[in-house]
Each structure stands twice: as structure tokens, then as C-alpha cells.
Design a protein. Sequence first.
Lengths: 175, 110
Amino acid sequence: MTPIEAKQPRDAKKASKFSRAFLLKLELRSHPELLCVVRGALEPLMETIGFSAEHNRAIIRAVDEAVSNIMRHSYQGRPDQPIELYCNRLQHSANGEKEEGIEILLFDCGPAVDTTKIQPRPLDEIRPGGLGLHIIRGSMDTVEYKRAGRLNRLRLVKFTRLSKGDCGPAEEKSS
Amino acid sequence: MKISARKVDQATILDVSGNIDMSNSPEVRRALLRELREKGVTRVALNLTSVNYIDSSGVASLVEGLKASRETGSRFVLFGLNDSAREVLKISRLLKLFEVYDDEAQAMAS
């Protein structure tokens, strides 16, 4: 059992209206060179689930940005800290239609995140940096941060079918 | 990720291959600023034809290149973007800020 697993909060496994099936767990260190490994693991998994190429790219983009944020901000660039990633398949039937999705949980042992300080910057400013949160929010249907015991937990969810419309790049959506 | 520079007339084309993420985006930034600020090249084109993935740190490097080009009065253009690169620029509302062309011929003719 890894240090993170030992401290994993119970609510990470809490049932919702969606049935949840565990698919994949990745344990990695906070080294930026491992980002490509995460992307490489997720791409075939999303294809197997049946996500379109566009949705597949969106999920990989969001997870890559989230893991990058953990490396950069939570661990302040230290390359040897633990990160755990869980992928769960979500399924739900309503009104005769089956909805399917992916839930990705990211855990790290960094200090608690002050959510008032991680608001995305205005996009009308032309300057480098500060885009990661925009990209995550624009790519996923649900983005939730929670301090769970001594862990940071980020929950990302994407559905293959959405009632609210297209889930492509959210260029015109206000954040 | 690999990056190399070649001269075409008065322009420099930077050919990038691989993925651009936080592990290597500083190399892209350094290459762009070297051409635009240190060498004073009047036109720099970034060839992204062989780039499969670019993250927000890569986008930040492109923005730095754009700002440097505006400050030095030079041109900075992109070409060969795949869907992934277009999408990340679109989400960041930066796609319209850059001069983007489909291929090298179009970028050089612009």
C-alpha cells in the first residue's frame, strides 16, 4: 500500500447515482518527464471506452494540465513526490438513454490549496501563464477540488453524451 | 521533443517535433527568444506539423514569442497545427491572436 493509498479518503469510493467501475490506477512521481507517460496511458483507455477523438483529446488535455499543476504548484517543482491517478467508468441510465463517462481522481500530498488564490486569470490579458485552469474547465464537464484529510483530491468527469450540448472547446463560454 | 532552426530567405523556420509540455517548453521559449530578440530575425515561423501535443506551458512560450515579436517589430507566425494544438489555443482564446497558416508555403507567402 502506497503512502497516498493509505490515506485515501473514503469518499473517493462513495457511490453516486452513477454506477462506478474501477478501470485503472497510476502511481507516479512528480517528475515532468512522466507527463507523457500519463498521456500515453490514458489515450488507449479512452479509445477503449468509446470516447470520440475530440473528447479523448479533451480528457488527456485536462489530466495533463492537472498533473502539471500538482507538479508545479502543490509540490513546488520537487520531482520525487507521489501522485496517484484513478480512472473509473461511470454509467447511468435515464429516460431510456444510457449515459457513460469517465471519472478521474487525482491525489497528491501537497499542502492544502487555497481555492481563492487559484482563480483563472482573465483571458483578455495577453500574457503567458495562468491558462491551465481554463484549459481544465474548458475540457471537462465536472471539475471539483477537495481537501480530503491530508490529501488534495481533484475530481474530473467527462461524459460521452451530454444533456447540456456540445462539449468541445469552450471558447465562447464565460468562466 | 526536438527543435531545429533553418533559414529561408530572410526568415527563420523553427521545426519542432514531438510533444511540448512543461518538461521541455522552456526550450521552445529559448529558441523563439533567441531568434526574435538576440538575432533580430524579422520573421520567425514555428513549424508545428510534427507536434502531437502542446500544453499550457507550451502555449505560454508561444505567447512570449508573440510579445517579443511585437516589441521588436518582427513577425511571428505558426503553421502546421493539428487539432489538438488548435483546440488548446481556442480554449485559451489565443487562436485569433496568432498568425496561423496551414503549411510552410502559405506561411512563407504571407
